[in-house]
Write a protein that binds this ligand. Sequence first.
Ligand code: ZN
Length: 147
Amino acid sequence: MRAYKVYAIGNGTVIDHIPSGCALKVYEILRLNEYDHIVTIGMNLESKKMVRKDILKIENKTLSKDELNKIAVVAPNATINIIRNQQISEKFGVEVPDVIEKIIKCPNPKCITRNQHVETKFYKMADKPIEVKCHYCERVFAEFGLN
Ligand code: ZN
């Protein structure tokens, strides 16, 4: 197994075990472009738990559990490490929130959210695998795109 190295951070948030290829979606969902924190993205890393994984490190920013739970729609098995003074001070997983706003695009082409400027809103029906119900057209989906 080849060794890889994503440099360690002193303080901040590390999001590990993101499905390979999804790091940029996680970046968008967390709106990291709106901050000037240093973000390091590692893609296609080898993993013991997964075939390949992505990892994202945000320096000097501790994200809240509510913010982080939003990424569960693309990275349900992500592991969050909160780093303080070079040490892992907290480690936890993510959970799909009960209400998901804006992130998911309704797959129903007749849904009002697809035809008018209405922000999407979904309710979690099941966790793993994920199933969501659209607030507007009331259809249930297991597969969907992201806004
Ligand atoms: Zn809908």
